[in-house]
Write a protein that binds this ligand. Structure first.
Ligand SMILES: *Cc1c(COP(=O)(O)O)cnc(C)c1O
Length: 351
């Protein structure tokens, strides 16, 4: 299997926005380089937002796009924050339908293959002008690749490192939208985590450097207690967290499993103390690319602690399994979570 996001499917979908015409028609074409001017605003000033969503082979052999509407809404929110004209939701849905229908044969027929089709929508300022103002032309591109999951090659559970210095997002900033510029600034801390023998960075809040906010490019959950009704706790969205669709999904599914979902802040010292006294029994990260990824050990300054047994805990395992079952249509999900894509017509199948 190629590395995450390196081997793309045959097609892409594009559209262009102009001042006069707004968003133009969606075009399905071969996956190919996009030609841009070297003075493009998106390259210089980062007026770029994106999404990530997945298509799963369903138990009945069809294919389903998971929570497409939630991703359409979030892309529109991200676009508005960066003063990019939002792509209307019906256009977003039509684009993901078009690409999925054209490339669904790249997904194995077996719903249990563990592979999914990752869709990457991107909106960028394509204007050739270096004035410091929002661009006057934009481009939408939608590309896709088949993936096993982001952490398929990583140790399971992950050792993680809490950054005492770097932060990901500040109040009033862009931490709550999928803005391209949020990611490269995290690479340095990610390098430091690797040098400390860990795999991912835990982000603390930017003001007090105390509250656990996210883990790498994922949301974080803590499991408190054990037995029949453990609490499944995740930090509340307060403007500095990315409102993950997987986070929202897991809060919903926790209730279905009889757990008690809670949105509550957890400080790094609480995390350490509660792990040591056995109150916090599990911790995991979640996101579309990573699904549910357990945390085994935590390093913060000169201390290190285990989470639970250091192995994948039962609540993490049950949520991960239920999430997969919902995504692949083995168990029913709330109305609208799965968008079924019609089987390709013979003409599409031949292209
Ligand atoms: C995309 C992302 C997530 C996870 O969001 P999902 O919708 O679950 O994929 C979490 N944190 C950050 C910083 C992200 O970019």
């Amino acid at each position: 299997m190629a590395e995450f996001g390196e081997s793309f499917t045959a097609h892409m979908v594009t559209s262009e926005w102009t001042v006069d015409g707004g968003w133009g028609p969606l075009e399905l074409g071969p996956h190919a380089p996009v030609s841009v001017p070297p003075s493009m605003v998106g390259l210089h000033y980062g007026q770029v937002v994106f999404e990530g969503l997945k298509v799963y082979r369903q138990a009945d052999g069809s294919v389903g796009i998971f929570r497409a509407q939630a991703h359409a809404a979030r892309l529109a929110d991200s676009a508005r924050r960066l003063v990019i004209p939002p792509l209307p939701e019906p256009m977003f849905l039509k684009a993901v339908d078009l690409l999925t229908a054209a490339n669904q044969d790249s997904l194995p027929r077996d719903a249990g293959s563990g592979l999914s089709l990752y869709l990457r929508p991107l909106l960028f300022a394509s204007d050739s002008s270096l004035a410091l103002r929002p661009a006057r032309s934009y481009k939408f591109v939608l590309i896709a690749f088949v993936t096993e999951g982001f952490f398929a090659d990583e140790p399971d559970p992950l050792p993680v490192w809490v950054s005492p210095v770097h932060t990901r997002a500040a109040p009033g900033g862009t931490g709550n939208v999928k803005f391209a510029g949020n990611y490269a600034p995290t690479y340095w801390a990610q390098e430091e985590a690797r040098m400390a023998g860990c795999r991912q960075v835990v982000w603390l809040d930017a003001i007090e450097r105390r509250w656990v906010e996210e883990l790498g490019g994922m949301n974080i959950f803590f499991v408190r207690g054990s037995g029949s009704t453990p609490q499944v706790v995740t930090p509340p969205l307060g403007g500095t967290l990315l409102p993950g669709v997987t986070r929202d999904t897991l809060l919903n599914l926790s209730g279905r499993l009889g757990y008690e979902p809670r949105e509550e802040r957890v400080s790094v010292s609480q995390w350490q103390e509660e792990c040591n006294e056995g109150t916090i029994t599990e911790t995991f990260a979640c996101g579309t690319a990573a699904a549910v990824t357990p945390v085994g050990t935590v390093r913060y300054r000169d201390v290190e602690w285990n989470v639970g047994t250091g192995m994948t805990g039962p609540v993490t395992a049950d949520l991960r399994q239920l999430l997969t079952n919902v995504q692949t249509g083995r168990v029913p999900s709330p109305e609208g979570w799965i968008r079924f894509v019609p089987a390709p017509t013979p003409r599409n199948a031949a292209s």
